[in-house]
Design a protein around this ligand. Structure first.
Ligand code: PEP
Length: 251
């Protein structure tokens, strides 16, 4: 089955407001009115409204980098799914490896966030990925399986079809050490088989799995050409219009 590609830019905690809105406008311009792929920008939450305004009326989607899995209440500093939809978000990144490593986010927390995102009509982009140590000790599949099963716990098949997964080897993020297309495809094929076991082959065939980890215009075509790679989650190269556009338009 054919899955529409999804290219998302994770801006992390970068840029000031004027650069953010200029970048968003530049991306929207380069994308045009009828792109062949879904394009999503994930700016820092404080700039979501401004970036949303900058891409209003264009096919460029807006995503947050995180949410808090609770309704309104005494959760100082946090933002929930309803607030994100209020400012125009259609997507939210969950369980990015930086949040797992730096903030101790667990699969259980990610699963709670996932349910909250779906209840709030946000499309979650759920990140998983092995460290270099995991890979070198032959633990990649085991680690990724634990993350997928834990993060997607309690999801029914109907919900699962609408999510996006991002397979991001931690050793490839921000390092320039991009996984080879073969290395990436091997993990993606494993994840799709696993999704087939958890849900069904039909549902697994519908779930889009992005690759993330030092995707650049010069390696995007080969990565995106793999049968089980359905898009990219892009950090560094999403901070420049030319680079991000090069990935969006990679054939
Ligand atoms: C990321 O942070 O999700 C990422 C893939 O970053 P980079 O493209 O910079 O490796």
């Amino acid at each position: 089955m054919s899955r529409r590609r999804i290219i998302a830019g994770n801006w992390k905690m970068n840029m000031r407001l004027d650069t953010a809105t200029a970048l968003a406008k530049g991306v929207a311009e380069s994308v045009g009115e009828n792109p062949e792929v879904d394009v999503v920008l994930c700016p820092p939450s404080i700039y979501l409204s401004a970036v949303g305004t900058a891409v209003e009326g264009t096919p460029v989607g807006l995503g947050a980098q995180n949410l808090y899995a609770a309704q309104d209440g005494a959760f100082t500093g946090e933002v929930n799914a309803a607030m994100l939809t209020d400012v125009g978000c259609g997507y939210v990144i969950l369980g990015h490896s930086e949040r797992r490593a730096l903030l101790g986010e667990t699969d259980q927390q990610i699963s709670e966030k996932l349910h909250s995102a779906l209840a709030g009509n946000l499309t979650p982009i759920v990140c998983v990925g092995e460290t270099l140590e995991d890979r070198e000790s032959g633990q990649t599949e085991q680690v990724v399986e634990t993350q997928v099963r834990g993060s997607l716990a309690g999801l029914d098949a109907g919900q699962a079809a609408s999510i996006v997964l991002a397979s991001e080897p931690v050793w490839a993020i921000g390092t320039g050490n991009t996984a080879t297309p073969e290395q990436a495809e091997e993990v993606h094929a494993f994840i799709r088989k696993l999704l087939g076991e958890i849900f069904s082959a039909e549902i697994a065939g519908q779930i889009r799995i992005q690759y993330g980890g030092s995707v650049k215009p010069n390696n995007a075509t080969e990565l995106l050409g793999q049968p089980n790679i359905d898009g990219a989650l892009v950090g560094g190269a999403s901070l420049k219009v030319e680079d991000f556009a090069g990935i969006i338009h990679a054939g």
